[in-house]
Design a protein around this ligand. Structure first.
Ligand code: SAM
Ligand code: DTB
Ligand code: SF4
Length: 345
């Protein structure tokens, strides 16, 4: 095994990852928590709010997704939102305590017509003093460079599952195309947010394969969302069997051990998770959540319930990282955000 000083590795074998997963549960979460504690303040959680800036009618056939035009999920479609509407939502998110604003579009890739508006959204959200994230599908080199130039902090692009299971879930794009876009995002100098979905009927070997792909990239994703499938009526995965919550927690723990310095996000699926499972995920190394009314199209827990849960666990929202063009350099959680948080305690 090759370890760097910080314990960052990119040479994980599937056998080694399986050995992590198959430890007794207590040994695994203790190991993950120890790694977490060595790399982060374990009582801090990064909070991002999502907004769907273009909804539904997506040409891709991702079997989990309520926004695919291939399935009838009854979702109301919406074309690209106007920039001022997006900014108004970002302000609300900021005032409610989110440090990062993530904008998602149901596209295979951004079109030339829409792209200038997307760049404007990045610039304006940034000028509110928030970190920015976008997930828009595949990017060309030029688009990645333009997003970086506009000041986009993170680009989210998930691998979703193992290379072997991928073709069972999506047929309209390839694993390699996903990796290519992630390479362009890195090359352009943005931070990478990439993870997957657990509970899609995949095997333990597929969960191992996903984490191997993520951790063996030349650089670990800065943020790793672990989504628990949100089953949406009308999608082909609506009736898939529930995953044992302990297997979800194990996946979070193994992600934390393999990518020690990355944020691991307890992502979609929190709404159907009880508070005790969420607390176990935080103990196992999750240190980021989506917070707000909705993910993209499906509900999140009530904001007040989330704030109350964090307060009961003594967890604090992480302060916003400094970005060079911020008007509020160095501050992060504003007085108003702080008061809202502590009022919930
Ligand atoms: N269209 C772009 C793409 O696929 O890259 C961006 C938006 S897409 C909705 C963002 C991510 O949401 C997907 O990669 C997938 O991992 C996640 N996602 C979508 N539907 C989900 C569901 N029902 N449950 C959990 N995660 C889901
Ligand atoms: C991620 O990994 N999960 C988020 C975000 N990145 C874009 C999206 C979850 C979507 C869940 C289904 C929905 O709300 O439409
Ligand atoms: Fe489209 Fe993204 Fe949904 Fe796939 S996950 S159908 S690409 S919106």
């Amino acid at each position: 095994m090759t370890h760097t000083a910080a314990g960052i590795r990119h040479d994980w074998t599937r056998k080694q990852i399986r050995a992590l997963f198959e430890q007794p549960f207590m040994d695994l979460i203790y190991q993950a928590h120890t790694v977490h504690r060595a790399n982060f303040d374990v009582n801090q959680v990064q909070m991002s709010t999502l907004l769907s800036i273009k909804t539904g009618a997506c040409p891709e056939d991702c079997k989990y997704c309520p926004q695919s035009g291939h399935y009838n999920t009854g979702l109301e479609k919406e074309k690209l939102l106007a920039v001022d509407k997006v900014i108004a939502q970002a302000r609300i998110a900021r005032d409610n305590g989110a440090a990062r604003f993530c904008m998602g579009a149901a596209w295979k890739h951004p079109s030339d017509k829409d792209f200038p508006y997307v760049l404007e959204m990045v610039r304006e959200v940034r000028s509110l003093g928030m970190e920015t994230c976008m997930t828009l599908g595949a990017l060309s080199d030029e688009q990645a460079d333009a997003l970086a130039e506009a000041g986009l902090d993170y680009y989210n692009h998930n691998l979703d599952t193992s290379p072997e299971y991928y073709g069972e879930i999506i047929t309209t794009r390839s694993y390699q195309e996903r990796l290519d876009t992630l390479g362009r995002v890195r090359e352009a100098g943005m931070k990478v947010c990439s993870g997957g979905i657990i509970g899609m009927g995949e095997t333990a070997a597929d969960r191992i394969g996903l984490l191997q792909q993520l951790a063996n990239m030349p650089q670990h994703p800065d943020s790793v969302p672990i989504n628990n499938l949100v089953k949406v009526k009308g999608t082909p995965l609506d009736n898939v069997d529930d995953l044992d919550p302990f297997e979800f927690i194990r996946t979070v723990a193994v992600a934390r051990i393999m990518m020690p310095a990355s944020y691991v996000r307890l992502s979609a699926g929190r709404e159907s998770m009880n508070e005790q499972v969420q607390a176990m995920c935080f103990f196992a190394g999750a240190n980021s959540i989506f917070y707000g009314e909705k993910l993209l199209t499906t509900p999140l827990p009530e904001e007040s319930a989330d704030l109350a849960l964090l307060a009961r666990l003594g967890l604090r929202p992480e302060r916003r990282h400094q970005t060079s063009s911020d008007p509020e350099q160095g501050s992060s959680v504003t007085a108003r955000e702080d008061s809202r948080f502590y009022a919930a305690m």
